[in-house]
Each structure stands twice: as C-alpha cells, then as structure tokens.
Design a protein around this ligand. Sequence first.
Ligand SMILES: Cc1cc2nc3c(=O)[nH]c(=O)nc-3n(C[C@H](O)[C@H](O)[C@H](O)COP(=O)(O)O)c2cc1C
Length: 235
Amino acid sequence: MAARSARWHNALKLALQSEEGVKNVFQLATTNANNTAPHVRSHIIRDHIIHPYFPSLPLLLTTTDIRTPKVTQIESNPNHRVEALFWIKATNEQFRVSGRAAIYPSPELQENKGIEGVGEVYDAFRSQGWDWERERQRQFDNVGAHMRASWCRPVPGSPMESYSDAEKWPVKVAKPGEEGYDAKNYEQARGNFALVLIDPIEVDYIELGVMPNRRTKFVKQDSGDERWKEVILVP
Ligand SMILES: Cc1cc2nc3c(=O)[nH]c(=O)nc-3n(C[C@H](O)[C@H](O)[C@H](O)COP(=O)(O)O)c2cc1C
C-alpha cells in the first residue's frame, strides 16, 4: 500500500490553486487511429480521484462528448495512451503527464464506447463497489446549463452548412427541478456525456520559477513504498 501522496501531484494541485483567471485548463494529446499523427486539444481538469488505499496514485478526471474523435483515437491506441500537459503561468511550472485513459460513457449507449480502467486503483474502487455511473451523473449535474447544452449539438467535428445553423440548437439545458427543464434535451445531453480518467505512468515536471531551473522525471513503480522513482534531468 502506498502511504502518501505523490510529490508531483502535490505540486500540480498547488500550482492549479495558484492560477488566476481561467483555471484548470490543460492540453490532452492523443494519437490518431493508425498512429501516424498526433492530435492535441484543450481540456478542463474537473477532479482528482484518489482511492484511500492508493493516495500516491491519483486519477485525473476530465469529461467529454462521447462522439468526439478523441474517443476513437484513445480506443484505437493499444494501451489507450495519452499525454496531458499543464502549463501554470502563476508558478512557472510545466507538468507533462503521460498515462492511460479510461472512458465511462452512458451505460445506455447501445454501442458501448467505454474503456474500463485497468490496474490496482480501479480494482480497489471496484471491490469497494464504487459506481462510475454515479460519478458521471455527479459531474454532469455540476456543470452549467450552457455547457450541458453543448452535448445536444450534432456530432462534434461534423460539417455544417453555415454558422447560423447553430441558432436552432438549445442554448441552455436545465437540470430537473430547475426553470426551463426539458426532459428530452436533458437526456440527450446526458447520453453523450462521458468521463475520461487519466491514470498517470510518467510525469515530466519542469520548474522554471527556481534558479537554477529544475526538471524531474517521476516514473511509476509497480510496487514498493516509493511508488514514484524520481530522476533529475537536465532542464
Ligand atoms: C479552454 C478550453 C477548454 C476545453 N475543455 C474541454 C473539455 O474539458 N472537454 C472536451 O471534450 N472539450 C473541451 N474543449 C474543446 C476541445 O478542445 C475540442 O475542441 C473538442 O473536445 C473536440 O475535440 P476532438 O475533435 O479533438 O476530439 C475545451 C476547449 C477550450 C478552448
């Protein structure tokens, strides 16, 4: 059992807290289906999921529309490898987190596009009866009505005739009990909403706020008390 949280993760959480203005944005990189080109886009980190038995092995939580190309890209990568990049201007730090992605879509999807998380952390959650669908619902209800409406649009990335086509789409999707609630829109948005979890394997941490600058590679170990081997690198 790993006893304490990872040094890189403490640094990341502190750095995220010190951000001003738009917070929690990172870049998520994937490889395309035939592994010939990278793709990268901005995402929001919504939570850090930590099992009490594995405080040093956090899962980074973001969310997406199950219909976006990134989902197919992640699925077609043999180990569902992704890279997440955080640049925190306030602290002058960069965190490059390489890991495996798991995707939890609506259980009602006929064609299940989900990728179950594998490994000891997911096993521990599973044996505890942890319910990823409940987490998905919690995250869905936590976002704003404007954001929820984005999951009622046609397939992201598909061509449209003109910008004005967008005027027909719902602007807000309220939750049950809220003013303007529309069950059809709410269910449609909920059906397209998916959790994306990143299970970190290696972290490249660059500190440009200290002189001389520091760069440290953290490599996840399969067992032992120290779950992250630290290697000091030339920045
Ligand atoms: C600041 C910012 C934050 C974003 N956050 C997310 C996010 O958390 N999840 C998401 O699916 N898309 C997010 N997007 C949109 C994505 O960058 C991207 O355009 C969209 O998901 C389609 O990605 P894909 O075609 O590469 O799959 C964000 C965009 C910006 C500019």
